[in-house]
Design a protein around this ligand. Structure first.
Ligand code: ZN
Ligand code: ZN
Ligand code: FE
Length: 756
């Protein structure tokens, strides 16, 4: 006879863990107790050592699907003489326990809302301990009903019974609700007048959407704008009202089978689509048109992929069943503002975009956008990390005594916070370009500190002097550590994959402020022996107009060509610039006024896209580079241009793109297709990266930065590195783009602290 004590850390609260242990103890006939504590869950059971061992194995094997066990500490003690098994009251505030992300509706709840004899038939706010809202309704922890946005609803007797019964699926399901006692729907016209309620509101919404109307639908973490995806007219109207010309629009599909009508879906992609995170998954369009499902050309123009998700709340399931065909489900905002969460605010901000508003009275505690994911080599790569993922932490190798708060970058901003071993990254906030985004940045900052009751010692931020995220960080009272943008990218990937130095970090993106005051973006770092050394970078060229070059690939092209030719305009497609424009830019370049130097890989992509006349000006970040990647299509070629390395003693190696750009121009003049030129261009960059890897000789090669969202480049580089015996390390759980900067800043700050 022994007493076993287990202390379990991780995502173990609000996931049905205690009732699971309760049922397990009954099955093994073990007396004892289970309780939530400030760090997780504690279990004590008494019995035969053999049975205790099998009990522990069963915990590991059968744990609730949405729980995550991070650490399990076990010890054997003298028996205490327990006679029955009980769920004890929670002790202490749960500050270390994880807050869970919002979880897609589970199979059991889905069956209930579809069963006419169930009391939750067609009830859009059904949930249980295995599914439903979490992060989007939590005001503070411990995670109990009074600290959620459900505090205003008191449970009816039937719901209360479920909530209190350890054998019920809804035992301590904090947002538990039913049509009797829970939130309900309303359909409003554009002036906020109620035109339908409850199930009528839902049916009416479906009918209006089918008519081609644009409806703002309040969901889990904010509003979507929805309309039918098969109508050019509806999509065109939405695009013009939202001010979004070309950027692909996300869609929600009624079923997996409908998705497979229009996309090629692998088993790994299907798993992610149907997972409890239920993100938007980027999927390859099929070559042929489907007869059953039509999607307007305007949804994802000149792009070989769609961004698709499945319904993830009972509201979406019911709505999609009613509509029966794919809808656009794009964030309810103006371009690049944070997603709208409050119905009154929505009326104001989305007036002029939405014809109608489907709203409900369960408040949203914080905005949580849909996450965006792609599958690369059968593994998930998160491109936008929000619903379904945030705020789950990534854990570091070791416990750190200092707590670091990081304020992230400028585009795709997120914040991050480290406590002990864990690094928590906030949900996606967005580009800090609008007052709304800056306000959201401030809200997420205070909420992430409050949620974990954190008192950070250090604040880490981007070196850029003008980023609002950096300015705010410098204004704080905390000790500041500025972190170079591209170094943050590399550390982000290291945290993501649990990689420690020595290693080579390849950090390629659009732009970031370099520690020498120039604009970086094609960087290589050797991280070893406690230091980070910039070991190589792409050759620099001037960016006429500075920041405005990011929106005009033709400016990158002109800057780059000015390093090669006396009359660079001649090498650009006719009409790229007017005579006046090119005169101004030539003067700019000659006087070096407002023409910062850059080693950016992203701008090199832009320049080549401009030379090939894919895009001269763009609407969204990465648009020209994506077009260049997509130009390759299915072309397979091993050909490349040549790469030159310039080595000056004591300086980083310079990778010279001159032979590459001249090769592109020659091929284009000979009428070689853009696809082949682009493939050769990508191949050349991969050769360049592999060449640096061979010079440095570190086995691990970390690939980070927005350029590694480019699947062709990523595939090419990682294959080449593997063939040469290196170990390419690529992102999975943190975005390779600037959404991953904040956790990278935390890691880089801790790295620099550890040297002291
Ligand atoms: Zn459920
Ligand atoms: Zn109820
Ligand atoms: Fe970046």
């Amino acid at each position: 006879m022994q007493r076993l004590r287990l202390e379990i850390k991780g995502a173990v609260q609000g996931v049905g863990f205690r009732p699971f242990v309760y049922r397990l103890a009954l099955r093994f006939n073990l007396p004892g107790w289970v309780s939530n504590t400030s760090m997780g869950v504690v279990v004590e059971v008494e019995g035969d050592i053999d049975v205790l061992r099998r009990f522990t194995e069963a915990i590991l094997k059968e744990k609730p699907p949405v729980s995550i066990l991070q650490d399990i500490y076990s010890e054997y003690l003298e028996p205490a003489g327990y006679t029955n098994f009980e769920i004890r009251r929670s002790t202490g505030g749960s500050k270390e326990a994880f807050v869970l992300p919002d979880l897609a509706t589970c199979g059991e709840c889905t069956l209930e809302i579809l069963a006419p004899d169930n009391r939750r038939y067609r009830y859009p706010f059904t949930n249980c301990t295995n599914c439903g809202p979490r992060y989007s309704i939590i005001n503070s922890i411990p995670y109990d009903r009074p600290s959620t946005t459900m505090s205003g609803f008191s449970m009816c007797s039937e719901c209360r019974e479920e909530y209190e019964n350890p054998l019920d699926r809804r035992f301590h399901a904090q947002p538990n609700a039913c049509p009797e006692c829970g939130p309900h729907l309303e359909l409003w016209d554009s002036s906020g007048i109620v035109i339908a309620e409850r199930d009528d509101a839902l049916r009416r919404t479906a009918a209006e959407i089918l008519e081609g109307r644009i409806v703002a639908v309040k969901g889990l973490g904010g509003f979507h704008l929805m309309t039918v995806a098969n109508s050019d007219e509806a999509v065109r109207t939405l695009r013009s009202r939202k001010g979004r010309k070309m950027k692909p629009l996300a869609m929600m599909f009624p079923s997996f089978s409908a998705i497979s009508e229009v996309c090629r879906v692998s088993a790994a992609e299907r798993d992610i689509l149907e997972s409890s995170s239920s993100p938007i998954v980027l999927l390859k369009k099929l070559d042929h048109e489907s007869e059953a499902v039509h999607i307007s050309e305007l949804v994802s123009p000149s792009n070989p992929e769609y961004g698709i998700m499945l319904p993830y709340t009972p509201l979406h399931i019911l709505l999609m069943m009613e509509i029966g065909e794919p809808v656009i489900a794009t964030s309810g905002n103006l371009s690049d503002e944070p997603i709208c969460t409050d119905e009154r605010e929505a009326l104001e901000r989305l007036s002029g975009i939405a014809d109608l508003f489907l709203v409900h009275n369960r408040p949203i505690a914080r905005h949580v956008d849909d996450s965006v994911v792609r599958i690369f080599n059968d593994s998930e790569m998160i491109l936008r990390r929000a619903r379904g993922y945030a705020p789950l932490p990534l854990s570091m190798e070791e416990e750190e005594s200092a707590s670091v708060l990081a304020t992230g970058g400028y585009l795709k901003n997120t914040l991050a916070l480290s406590i002990g071993r864990n690094v928590f990254t906030s949900q996606h906030i967005g580009d800090l370009e609008t007052p709304q985004a800056i306000k959201a940045f401030g809200e997420v900052w205070s909420s992430i500190e409050a949620l974990y009751n954190a008192h950070p010692d250090i604040i880490a931020f981007d070196m850029h002097p003008d980023y609002i995220s950096s300015v705010r960080a410098r204004e704080s009272q905390l000790r500041g550590i500025p972190v170079q943008h591209h170094i943050a990218h590399v550390f982000s990937c290291m945290l993501d994959r649990g990689i420690v130095p020595p290693l080579l970090g390849v950090s390629w993106d659009g732009t970031g402020y370099g520690s020498d005051g120039t604009v970086w973006g094609g960087e290589f770092f050797h991280i070893a022996d406690g230091t980070v050394k910039r070991i190589a970078h792409l050759r620099r060229f001037p960016l006429p107009g500075g920041d405005s070059a990011a929106r005009e690939p033709r400016r990158s092209a002109l800057g780059l060509l000015s390093k090669l030719y006396d009359d660079p305009v001649k090498y650009l497609p006719a009409g790229t610039f007017s005579i006046e424009e090119s005169d101004i830019i030539k003067q700019m370049l000659a006087s070096r006024l407002n023409s910062p130097l850059t080693s950016s890989a992203g701008r090199l992509f832009d320049a080549v896209a401009s030379i090939l006349d894919l895009y001269q000006t763009i609407e969204f970040e990465g648009q020209a580079a994506m077009a260049l990647e997509h130009a390759i299509g299915g072309i397979e070629t091993e050909e490349s241009y040549s790469v030159e390395m310039i080595q000056i003693a004591g300086e980083p190696v310079i990778i010279d793109w001159a032979p590459l750009v001249k090769g592109v121009i020659m091929d284009a003049a000979e009428g070689i297709s853009n696809g082949i030129i682009s493939a050769k261009f990508h191949n050349t960059l991969a050769v360049g990266i592999a060449a640096v890897a061979q010079r440095v000789g570190e086995k691990k090669v970390v690939l980070s930065g927005g350029c590694f969202q480019n699947i062709y480049l990523l595939g090419r580089v990682s294959n080449m590195l593997e063939n040469l015996g290196y170990e390419p390390v690529i992102h999975r759980s943190l975005p390779p783009n600037d959404g991953g900067i904040a956790p990278g800043q935390v890691m880089a700050a801790l790295f620099s602290e550890s040297k002291k």
